[in-house]
Design a protein around this ligand. Structure first.
Ligand SMILES: [Zn+2]
Ligand SMILES: [Zn+2]
Length: 423
């Protein structure tokens, strides 16, 4: 098989026939973000590799195994974005957005994310994310706000059967002591746990809490929970978050096994999971990262955000049978016979398009019959026939495709009615 007609493993095209689904979710996300006072940020697809080493954390799976890193012709090490937050933080610092009145509430949409995943797991190596970040807002109300935003997006799209899980993984002050307790707990079991767990034990012991290997999960079930070991500040923050969620009427469950895969989280972490049969799994995940801006070289400034995989969301919507309105491709198709008639129709197309009418014409030299068939395929609501006779009489024969009715209109009247959408 020719390699040049095969997309690279783990990538996926969006064809013209399905892009309306993407537009639909993107439009919904933009609307909700605007309602919540978030503005869009766009950052490059690649960044200096160091940004991710620092910003994602070198003990993470992403940095250790999954990054698309290469040396460019200038001998610089660059990496294709493996997640959305680090680039947003870098841009926030570099453009001195931190000097403006805070908080900064921003979102990114259709953000390509690259991870070298095992393709047999059905995961994409390039997928797209919708995400939000709030900088400069230490209060738990900001955490509640982004959770509410995510849920509103799902609600507006019509996605059902979702559950919100929250947890707090503490801060610099309270986490080290907890991590020690955790290691003490896991140490006697370590030899019976999986390779990933053994590897993570020293570098990132929190990850042992969310191992998916059934035997390991059983062991992890008995582990001490972070939210029982929080310092005063973290405990108060977690309590406020819960109060805010309750005030907003948002149901949640505290799940001590949610840690998220990234090093930079502090305090709140959360996941929104689909409980719908056939499409279980996380559809949105995020949390607070109060040290990340400073870690990357900016001022000490709180941050909280989430990421939502767009392909995953579309899959869940498909499994749930969520209807996506499909826009028409063509409102009015011109079937013509002869050069002169075609020129006239093309002229009509041009002026009607400027009036916002989806007007179209054949470009393939089809016969009259084939033009009708093609118009039907496009889903054209109306077909305007202009042949030699019509041209001579200065009329258009207009066919309503749904009703199978036909009328003959003088060209002037046809144009006026088409323009006013009164065909
Ligand atoms: Zn703490
Ligand atoms: Zn394990």
């Amino acid at each position: 098989m020719a390699i040049i007609t095969n997309a690279p493993k783990g990538t996926k095209d969006v064809t013209p026939g399905e892009s309306y689904k993407w537009h639909y979710i993107e439009d919904t996300m933009r609307e909700v973000c605007a309602e919540y006072g978030f503005r869009e940020i766009r950052t490059p697809v690649f960044e200096h590799t160091e940004l991710f080493l620092r910003g994602v954390g070198d003990s993470t799976d992403i940095v250790q195994k999954e990054m698309y890193t290469f040396t460019d012709k200038g001998n610089r090490s660059v990496t294709l974005k493996p997640e959305g937050t680090a680039g947003a933080v870098r841009a926030f610092i570099e453009n001195k957005v931190y000097a403006e009145a805070q908080p900064t509430k921003m979102y990114y949409l259709y953000c390509p994310v690259f991870r070298y995943e095992r393709p047999q797991a059905g995961r994409l190596r390039e997928h797209h994310q919708f995400g939000v970040e709030v900088f400069g807002a230490p209060a738990a109300t900001a955490d509640a706000e982004i959770i509410s935003l995510a849920l509103r997006v799902f609600e507006k799209l019509g996605v059902r059967d979702l559950a919100l899980n929250i947890n707090s993984i503490g801060c610099q002050k309270c986490r080290p002591a907890y991590t020690e307790r955790l290691k003490e707990y896991f140490r006697p079991h370590l030899s019976e746990m999986c390779e990933d767990c053994r590897r993570r034990f020293d570098m990132n012991p929190l990850r042992l809490l969310d191992c998916k290997v059934p035997h390991d999960a059983e062991i992890a079930a008995g582990a001490p929970a972070m939210f029982e070991c929080l310092c005063e500040d973290c405990a108060a923050h977690f309590k406020t978050l819960q109060e805010m969620l309750t005030a907003l009427g948002i149901e949640y469950k505290i799940n001590p096994h949610i840690v998220r895969g990234l090093d930079y989280y502090t305090k709140t972490v959360f996941e929104i999971v689909s409980t719908h049969a056939g499409s279980q799994g996380t559809v949105c995940g995020g949390g607070r990262y109060d040290r990340l801006v400073e870690e990357i070289g900016g001022p000490a400034m709180a941050g909280v955000g989430f990421g939502m995989g767009m392909e995953r969301l579309l899959l869940v919507m498909e499994n749930q049978g969520v209807a996506v309105p499909e826009p028409s491709v063509c409102d009015l198709f011109f079937c013509t016979y002869g050069e002169e008639a075609r020129a006239k129709a093309f002229e009509f197309c041009n002026v009607l398009r400027r009036e916002g009418i989806k007007a179209d014409i054949d470009h393939c030299g089809r016969s009259m019959k084939a033009q009708f068939k093609f118009a039907d395929k496009l889903g054209a609501k109306f077909v305007a026939v202009i042949g030699g006779d019509e041209l001579e009489a200065g009329v258009v024969k207009l066919r309503n495709m749904a009703k199978s009715t036909e009328e003959t209109l003088p060209m002037g009247e046809f144009y006026e009615r088409a323009r006013q959408r009164k065909l």
